[in-house]
Design a protein around this ligand. Structure first.
Ligand SMILES: [Mn+2]
Length: 334
């Protein structure tokens, strides 16, 4: 069972007490998962530790620009060269999300440190630092570096910026706090190249993403009250455009950004007659999408959740949108 929350300094001491360390984060890694991993790994290397950063899926092309992105390896790189390292899991609420190869490594070791900000995290390590109020794991890593008075390397600085900028939706989501801006300000003072960083993050998309958007726009549906907007994409289209898993990241905001829309939903046909649903809410009081997705076997956060349902694209969309409109009709708001 998880022990009471340790202090950041205690976490720092755990890290200092290990001579070799493996750091991993969840599969299909995002900016926070990768940014936190690279930043912590670089900091610990600076302190003389032997560190290996791993991710079961490696670094997707979209994040290849991250400083030291090539220092993140796939689990096969581990072999036996590190002996019995301390294992650190970052930004991963559920150990299943580390991927089976990484999880196997964890269960072979005895010491696991978990640092995360997912509310659902039950503390599956020997030591767990879970701060669900933090908008990004990267913000926790920054606080750790500061609490320990460790040097902020240029690599850590840039990667922490990416972690925080992406997980806060460019400092827009409600979990963003004054502290987030204070840290962002310090990272800028320390030399983050904001123009380059923003160009890499937001103006560096492959053309096929625009082709995908063109297809999606042709399928837009809006509920009669205008509160739900959705679109869908078939397996055939995904194949024809050679769409990669990351290509649609953030596109759904085109729907959520509409005036009057409370929930945006994207339906994506997958192999095995399954449809992947992504739902984004603007207002958790009117629509808690985590709850709706849980009813379909999925999960997530109140404003961002998902599920996978068996069925055809049209039948799944119909079922999900019907459940959603019922929820919106009974939201209890005046
Ligand atoms: Mn995160």
């Amino acid at each position: 069972m998880a022990s009471p929350q340790p202090s950041l300094r205690e976490i720092g001491e755990v890290l200092l007490g290990a001579s070799s360390i493996v750091i991993a984060s969840h599969t299909r890694p995002d900016g926070d998962a990768l940014g936190s991993t690279i930043a912590l790994a670089d900091t610990l290397r600076e302190l003389g530790k032997t560190v290996l950063a791993i991710n079961q899926d490696g670094v997707p092309p979209r994040y290849a620009f991250l400083p030291c992105a090539t220092s993140v390896h796939q689990p096969s790189a581990l072999k036996d060269k590190l002996g019995s390292p301390l294992f650190v899991s970052l930004d991963t609420g559920d150990p299943d999300r580390l991927g089976d190869q990484v999880w196997k490594l964890v269960t072979e070791r005895h010491s696991t440190l978990v640092i995360d900000h997912h509310t659902s995290n039950r503390g599956y390590g020997e030591v767990n630092y879970v701060d669900s109020e933090s908008p990004a794991t990267g913000q926790i890593i920054y606080e750790l570096i500061e609490a320990m008075d460790w040097p902020l390397t240029p690599t850590a600085r840039d990667n922490l910026w990416v972690a925080m900028a992406t997980d806060t939706g460019s400092f827009q989501y409600p979990a963003t706090t004054p502290r987030t801006f204070a840290i962002a300000s310090r990272l800028l003072e320390a030399g983050v190249d904001l123009a380059w960083m923003s160009a890499m993050l937001f103006q560096n998309h492959p053309f096929r993403r625009l082709e995908l958007l063109r297809e999606l726009l042709g399928t837009v549906q809006r509920s009669s009250d205008g509160k739900v907007a959705s679109w869908k994409v078939s397996r055939e289209t995904i194949k024809r455009l050679a769409i990669q898993p990351d290509d649609n990241e953030g596109l759904i905001d085109q729907l959520r950004s509409l005036s009057g829309v409370v929930v945006a939903v994207s339906f994506e046909e997958e192999a095995d007659a399954t449809v992947r649903i992504s739902a984004r809410s603007k207002d958790a009081k009117q629509a808690d999408v985590a709850q709706i997705c849980q009813a379909f076997g999925g999960g997530g956060h109140r404003l961002a959740a998902g599920a996978r349902i068996q069925g055809t694209l049209d039948t799944v969309a119909e079922r999900f949108l019907a459940a959603l409109s019922q929820e919106l009709d009974h939201d209890g708001t005046p």
